[in-house]
Design a protein. Sequence first.
Length: 259
Amino acid sequence: MTAPDILLVERPSDAVVVLRLNRPEVRNALNLDLRARLADEVTRHAAEPSVRCLIITGSDTVFAAGADIKMMAQADPIEIMARNQQKYWRTIMDCPKPVIAAIEGYALGGGLELALCADIIVAGDGARLGLPEVKLGILAGGGGTQKLTRLVGSKRAMLLLLTGRMFGAAEALAMGVVSEVAPTGQALTRATEIAVEIAAQPPIAVMQIKEIVNAGINAPLDTALMLERKALLLQFATQDQKEGMRAFLEKRKPKFEGK
């Protein structure tokens, strides 16, 4: 009997790819194989011209409950360093095309850190999020301490990191951890709607927006504004800029081709 695939690839439209974590027997725990497979699929689809947005999701009851503790429990520092797990999350963060995380149920530890690699997070109303690593004698070392602090501020981040407590979708939205809350069971549907909306925009402009927001967020304001100006100038070398403005003047819907 063939073992089920740990990552399912779905295509709701030509422009949108859904990558579904599929280790239900361990609540989508993130072992090295799943991390590597996810990074490989992101890289593959990012290079496909017809793909304009990617979605990462889990099941209806769990996004990912965290790292695979069995592969960590007896590891020593050198072994953990050699695994270089951060390279897989870096691949997702560096994807030139927008990535959306659609969360239902639990997104804990490494699961939440994976979601935080996305550009947009849609959470079902019943989702439960958290970074409980401190309860295991470690800390959120896959970007959690730094990304959470940048999103919610040091005082709130300290409370969540030092207690390891879970928080719900509404609180996550209020803190700025997620982009939008959908009714329970509708996170993927809503994420797909957003992805289709993004896919209809000019691809070069979309990729430039992602790049300059991520590059500018930790840069001095003057430097970030300079990046913005340069990116704007680049758009005037594209056919999509001409098409978008011509369509506006002609009162019709533009057709963007990424040229």
